[in-house]
Design a protein around this ligand. Structure first.
Ligand code: ADP
Length: 355
């Protein structure tokens, strides 16, 4: 906060003096008028000496009283206004310089409710900013980490491909390694871009009415090769004629992610069940698998960006799928939850509004 200069101090003293003298003069004039009316009505004789003495006493009395009041007000302002303003200004200056750890303690004295509300809002803002900052740095670290693995794999296969006298079989195998690695990176980039656009609200939901059961069946059928190859049984219990008004493409991402996870984490011989039920206002989709399941600790983090449970390190993925799913469901003001038990399987339940 700027320190007052001598000119500022002299300025405020002269404005105070002007204020006291004006108030003293006005009140003295009022008193004189009062005394004059009193003297006229009571038939008293007042000499100019009497008036002069009374005016002087009244004037100085009023000056003294206003001075005392002004002084008391000055102290009150120092404690009740300037001190909290200084605390709040210092905190915001720290936030502006990038220190998001700053928090303002609530001020105890009465009459501070307004300042405490501002302080609470600033504390909340600092908290949000610090979590955004952590997310940003984590995000960069995660993207770099996730890109390193497929890049290293591709480099490796690239080097192997340079060897002379490679058999056709080996060349095909190494070339496939390069293609798989690049596909993995492209998938990750697509997911990052989608998530980014969803988070920055650059995607405006294109709402249309469609049959949810049909959409679920279409999405599921895309995995026919996968479940046949992995020998996974499919069970469906899909209510007919459940119409929803939503963005079909965004909702398609949800089902694709849930289905691909269900197949990814279910071993051969397992079962994946998809069910759809509906009430007047909501549609409820459940995707159940008999796969590896997850612990409650893992379950608590699966919707975070780049989070992968221990089990997924052996299978492909980048931990963005469920973050994307959650974002879409949030945009649709729906709900998503998971129930899971290690070794038994998981059930993801999605509840969306029909209109
Ligand atoms: P990814 O599958 O690429 O790792 P996701 O965001 O789709 O990323 O999932 C995050 C984590 O949630 C996974 O790494 C896995 O640990 C857990 N997970 C998701 N779906 C299932 C499932 N059906 N069964 C067991 N674990 C799952």
């Amino acid at each position: 906060m700027k320190k007052p200069t001598l000119k500022d101090v002299l300025g405020s003293v002269s404005s105070f003096l002007l204020f006291f003298l004006t108030v003293g003069f006005i009140v003295s004039c009022c008193m004189m008028l009062f005394v004059r009316i009193l003297a006229d009505t009571m038939d008293l004789t007042i000499t100019p000496d009497n008036v002069g003495a009374a005016a002087k006493v009244t004037f100085w009395n009023v000056v003294l009283i206003t001075f005392l009041f002004k002084f008391a007000d000055y102290i009150r302002r120092k404690i009740m206004v300037e001190r909290p303003t200084k605390i709040i200004t210092e905190a915001t200056e720290k936030i502006m310089s990038g220190d998001f750890s700053v928090r303002i303690k609530p001020m105890e004295s009465s009459g501070m409710e307004g300042f405490n509300q501002i302080a609470m809002a600033i504390n909340q803002m600092a908290e949000e900013l610090s979590s955004v900052e952590t997310l940003r740095t984590d995000f960069i670290a995660n993207v770099s980490h996730e890109m390193k693995t497929p890049l290293a794999v591709m480099q490796n296969y690239g080097t192997l491909l340079q060897a002379p006298d490679l058999s056709d079989e080996k060349r095909m195998e190494y070339a496939k390694g390069v293609t798989d690695g690049s596909r993995r990176m492209a998938d990750m980039m697509t997911n990052i871009l989608k998530l980014n656009r969803l988070e920055n609200q650059q995607i405006y939901p294109q709402v249309s009415e469609f049959d949810l059961g049909e959409q679920l069946c279409e999405c599921l059928l895309q995995y026919e090769n996968v479940w046949e190859k992995a020998n996974i049984e499919i069970e469906t219990d899909i209510a007919e004629d459940v119409k929803v008004k939503a963005d079909a493409e965004l909702l398609g991402h949800v089902w694709n992610n849930l289905f691909s996870n269900a197949f990814k984490f279910t071993p051969s011989g397992g079962t994946v069940t998809v069910s759809l039920t509906a009430t007047d206002h909501h549609a409820i989709v459940k995707v159940t698998d008999t796969g590896c399941g997850m612990t409650p600790e893992v379950g608590a983090h699966i919707f975070e960006k780049f989070y992968q449970g221990d089990t997924s390190h052996s299978v492909q993925g980048n931990g963005l799928g469920l973050a994307l799913v959650k974002r879409v469901i949030d945009i649709m003001q729906g709900e998503i939850g998971v129930e899971s038990a290690v070794g038994k399987g998981s059930t993801f339940t999605v509840r969306i509004r029909r209109a």
